[in-house]
Design a protein around this ligand. Structure first.
Ligand code: IFM
Length: 420
């Protein structure tokens, strides 16, 4: 059976600046790597050396027949010191985006994806009372420079993951553990940063499409009322709290109440980063979320032990559509699979769910595979391989995987063969 996607549907890949560029020592992940936190001993300073290979890397999108590319900008390069902007860095990004546009690849640009300039982190990062204003100033500058080329923007990537890893688990910068109050404080500032950025982008480019890339997963209870409550709290605090505030300005507990930033629409699409499901076993204590997260017994998993659960994608899309009635872009979906054994089936099964939603009349408009090439996967370092291209980090040789060929075929034909 052939599943056909609409002619307007866009396929592409997603990356983040810190994870591919290399060569920047002015950000929090450089320091985090220096401090020895990367499990395999690798370092963000190398990554894919993309900063030096921008021209050569256009080939990667061309071979994949991509219609679009989600790329990130590194704040620490553009504003290396507080209030000092680098025209040079902005021009490098400008040339890269021009290269995409010339190749008819629609750019989708992420403004903040986990790494922060050191000057900003030293001031307290997202806990600084003016942090949203600093971000707003940066965004204005960027949109002033690139806004004629870029219509589509992601203000923030996965604020919930940033806060969980950096404020509850202490595994990412700023390295805090169980810091619940500072975490909610930073969450409020991130909402404010998004809202200010949303307005600033629209002011400069009224036809812009602006959203957040939300990390959304399924939380299913293992059984019993406590686990149901715990799953509900996870869903609420880990995702709905951000969705409500960043989509329609509504603050729900424990973030706040009402519409402190205005009762307006703050998203033109909902970005969905979907990877997996967690089973939640109830347990009192252990922070505001309670519960223990488990992998379903016997379920297929990726190299990092995350359950492969395609149905979760359509469950999430359907829920979002019912609640928000906004176009949905799958801003990330992918698998850590060094041997590339499961990736083709992973792509097919998740796209099948996307197709099912489109058939049901839900406007899912884009799919970005995470990721273009193996890169620096945060504390997992270079060992966790998510790419459609294998990357040899020593020689920086990119080799198309079988799954990459499969993806290229899907993008070229906007269709997918599946067993009926
Ligand atoms: O690599 C990350 C990305 O930066 C954010 N979303 C999840 C990906 C895989 O872990």
């Amino acid at each position: 059976m052939t599943l056909r996607f609409p002619e307007t549907f866009l396929f592409g890949t997603a990356t983040a600046s810190l994870q591919i560029e290399g060569g920047d020592s002015n950000n929090t992940w450089y320091e985090w790597s220096q401090a020895g936190h990367i499990k395999d001993g690798t370092h963000s300073i190398r990554a894919c050396d993309h900063w030096q290979r921008i021209d050569a890397d256009f080939r990667l999108h061309e071979e994949l027949n991509s219609h679009t590319y989600r790329m990130g900008l590194e704040w620490s390069r553009i504003e290396p010191q507080e209030g000092v902007f680098s025209e040079e860095a902005l021009n490098v990004y400008r040339r890269e985006i021009e290269g995409l546009v010339q190749r008819r690849i629609v750019p989708l640009v992420t403004l903040y994806h986990f790494s922060l300039p050191l000057w900003f982190a030293r001031m307290g990062g997202w806990n600084h009372p003016q942090s949203a204003l600093y971000f707003w100033r940066f965004v204005q500058r960027v949109v002033g420079h690139l806004g004629d080329l870029v219509q589509d923007w992601i203000t923030l990537n996965e604020p919930n993951i940033y806060l969980t890893m950096g404020y509850l688990r202490g595994e990412w910068p700023p390295g805090l553990k169980n810091a619940t109050a500072p975490m909610f404080d930073a969450a409020r500032r991130l909402v404010e940063a998004h809202v200010l950025a949303y307005r600033a982008i629209h002011l400069q480019r009224p036809d812009a499409r602006v959203g957040v890339a939300h990390h959304l997963r399924i939380f299913d209870p293992t059984g019993g009322p406590l686990s149901a409550l715990s799953a509900y709290l996870h869903e609420r605090i880990f995702q709905d709290m951000f969705l409500q505030a960043m989509t329609r300005g509504r603050f729900i507990a424990p973030l706040g109440r009402g519409y402190p930033l205005g009762k307006e629409k703050f998203a033109d699409f909902i970005g969905v980063n979907y990877y997996t499901r967690d089973m939640v076993r109830g347990k009192w204590g252990g922070g505001p979320l309670h519960g223990v997260l488990l992998v379903k017994k016997g379920a297929p998993v990726n190299d990092l032990g995350w359950e492969i659960y395609p149905r979760g994608l359509s469950r999430i899309i359907t829920r979002l559509w019912k609640r928000y009635r906004l176009p949905i872009w799958i801003t990330e979906n992918g698998i850590c699979d060094a041997r590339d054994e499961v990736r083709p089936a992973y792509i097919a099964s998740h796209l099948r769910e996307v197709h099912r939603c489109i058939q049901a009349g839900i406007p899912v408009e884009r799919y970005y595979h995470w990721t273009l090439l193996d890169n620096f996967e945060w504390i997992e370092g270079e060992s966790a391989r998510f790419g459609l291209y294998h990357n040899d980090f020593e020689t920086q040789t990119r080799t198309l995987r079988e799954s990459g060929r499969f993806f290229a075929q899907i993008a070229r034909t906007r269709s997918l063969e599946v067993p009926s």
